[in-house]
Design a protein around this ligand. Structure first.
Ligand SMILES: *[C@@H]1O[C@H](CO)[C@@H](O)[C@H](O)[C@H]1NC(C)=O
Ligand SMILES: *[C@@H]1O[C@H](CO)[C@@H](O)[C@H](O)[C@H]1NC(C)=O
Ligand SMILES: *[C@@H]1O[C@H](CO)[C@@H](O)[C@H](O)[C@H]1NC(C)=O
Ligand SMILES: *[C@@H]1O[C@H](CO)[C@@H](O)[C@H](O)[C@H]1NC(C)=O
Ligand SMILES: *[C@@H]1O[C@H](CO)[C@@H](O)[C@H](O)[C@H]1NC(C)=O
Length: 468
């Protein structure tokens, strides 16, 4: 008995794993709690595209100490998912994935990168759809499939951005979706959603969604159909409104969607600083029946001026929060996340449209659903797996403290550390109290309070302010 209770007590101090999400109809669902999930996401790419540097063994999830620093701050902010664009399948991501998992955050992973041969070329997609390209996308799946917090993969990002690219690219993105889903079906223990991240170009947006979300006639369980559809939207600027921003048109467009819809990027930066008044609308009654939340662009400041934090990428790696960070945190903190994240799963059945020319309305948008054939040799990779196989696994993290100096926008130094959450818990805005250090997350399991009340839980979580 003694041993058993000691084990139970010890078990309570281990960081839990988030519950892997599933797609059901037009929602992401948590199969443990049987609730619908809203993404409270953050675009995460320290150093921008230069942060992906395979020749120097560097990508945004390769440095565990940096991930601890950023996961701790995102925990305070309140996000429950990160989107990461450019990754090297051959680097070890275990520490970063485990830190984000312990912090209650999912990962949305782009399988492509801007380097040549690592994404579809939208000017000539037929030239870029070949064996080594697909092998690389499969290698990304291998590297991330075993982390429970991998929420999904993007087969493409903004490859269709104009009437011109709408004419040629869609069958290739749909083919990559098919290939990734076949790879996952054959090589992964669980089904992981695959989707597309669209540019919010209204001349091609609705057709893109219709093209990817339909099911090809006669195909049982059509593998080329997207599991989710997302858009990068910057139409809400300043203190706008549901109608002024055009969000109302998006809701009307996507109403009745057969796949989850979310913003894979949002956060217009004019005027600056930002006011983030879209937050209560994105997570409010007008949007949540159709949208599953969104990803704020972006965590780290770059030349394009969308960052929430200035980060010294070289040297001391210190972080200085910008005022936008606090503004976003305040907007999140105002909402009732318990009710937002406990919405019942929709019981109304979605109708999956059958692919046909009549679904496509734009002049010149591709309406050919005969997809490019799998390049030769690729079926072997799907059948036998990538070789050699990158691997990923959750590891135990013994020290969640942050090594680097953090300063807030008013010049105060912040003491932060990652607060590991209980099993099945996801991070929730407002739950990591900035002055008391309390952090409980939204628990979806019975052990919800074990983490918060257990004396064995590290007490270094949360934020303590001290004036400099
Ligand atoms: C496939 O991907 C793996 C992992 O990145 C790599 O080691 C291997 O060389 C690739 N094979 C081909 C044929 O591109
Ligand atoms: C870190 O380095 C940056 C620039 O390299 C400097 O501006 C900043 O003051 C340094 N911060 C600390 C805490 O040393
Ligand atoms: C949805 O589909 C299931 C399975 O076909 C059926 O049992 C259920 O009644 C349907 N629900 C609605 C609201 O139509
Ligand atoms: C549709 O695409 C397939 C595959 O690329 C091609 O063979 C076929 O000719 C196309 N059909 C039309 C009507 O363009
Ligand atoms: C923080 O946690 C302690 C101990 O569980 C509790 O007494 C206190 O009320 C909490 N404070 C806040 C602000 O939630």
């Amino acid at each position: 008995m003694l041993i058993e209770s000691a084990l139970v007590a010890f078990g309570a101090t281990l960081a839990g794993a988030v519950t892997s999400l599933e797609v059901q109809g037009s929602q992401f669902i948590n199969p443990t709690t049987q609730t619908a999930f809203q993404i409270v996401g953050m675009a995460y790419q320290i150093g921008g595209s230069a942060g992906y540097d395979p020749s120097n063994n560097k990508d945004p999830l390769s440095d565990g100490e940096v991930c601890k620093r950023d996961a701790a701050l995102m925990q305070v902010l309140g996000v429950n998912a990160i989107r990461v664009y450019n990754l090297d399948p051959n680097l070890n991501h275990d520490e970063c994935a485990s830190v984000f998992n312990a912090a209650g955050m999912y990962m949305i992973i782009d399988v492509n990168s801007p380097l040549s041969g690592e994404s579809l070329n939208s000017a000539a997609p037929w030239e870029s759809y070949y064996d080594t390209y697909l092998n690389r996308t499969f290698a990304i799946v291998e590297a991330f499939k075993s982390y429970p917090n991998t929420l999904g993969f993007f087969a493409g990002n903004e490859v269709i951005d104009s009437v011109k690219t709408g004419a040629t690219v869609p069958p290739y993105v749909r083919a990559v979706t098919r290939d990734l889903k076949n790879y996952i079906k054959k090589n992964s223990d669980r089904s992981i959603p695959v989707g597309y991240s669209a540019a919010d170009v209204r001349s091609v947006l609705e057709d893109s969604w219709n093209y990817f979300a339909c099911s090809i006639e006669g195909e049982e369980d059509d593998m080329s159909r997207a599991d989710m559809f997302a858009l990068n939207s910057y139409s809400w600027c300043g203190d706008s409104s549901f109608t002024e921003s055009g969000y109302d048109q998006l809701v009307a467009m996507f109403e009745g969607t057969s796949v989850p819809i979310f913003y894979s990027e949002f956060g217009c930066n004019t005027p600056s600083p930002r006011v983030f008044t879209e937050i209560p609308v994105i997570y409010g009654d007008q949007m949540t029946p159709v949208f599953s939340g969104g990803v704020v662009y972006e965590y780290a400041q770059e030349a394009n001026n969308y960052g929430l934090a200035d980060i010294a990428n070289e040297g001391n790696q210190s972080v200085t929060l910008r005022s936008d960070f606090a503004t976003l945190q305040e907007q999140y903190a105002k909402l009732d996340w318990t009710s937002i994240q406990s919405a019942a799963i929709s019981t109304s059945n979605v109708t999956i449209p059958t692919c046909s020319k009549s679904l496509i309305s734009g002049d010149g948008f591709n309406n050919n659903f005969t997809l490019p054939a799998l390049p030769s040799g690729v079926q072997d990779i799907i059948d036998n797996g990538v070789s050699p196989k990158p691997t990923g696994k959750i590891i135990s993290i013994s020290d969640y403290s942050v090594q680097y100096t953090i300063t807030d926008a008013s010049g105060s130094t912040l003491e932060v550390s990652v607060k590991p959450l209980a099993d099945d818990a996801t991070n929730t805005p407002g739950s990591n109290d900035a002055t008391t250090g309390n952090s409980t997350g939204t628990s979806t399991g019975s052990s919800s309070t074990a983490s918060a009340s257990s004396p064995a839980v590290r007490t270094v979580g949360g934020v303590v302010r001290s004036n400099v």
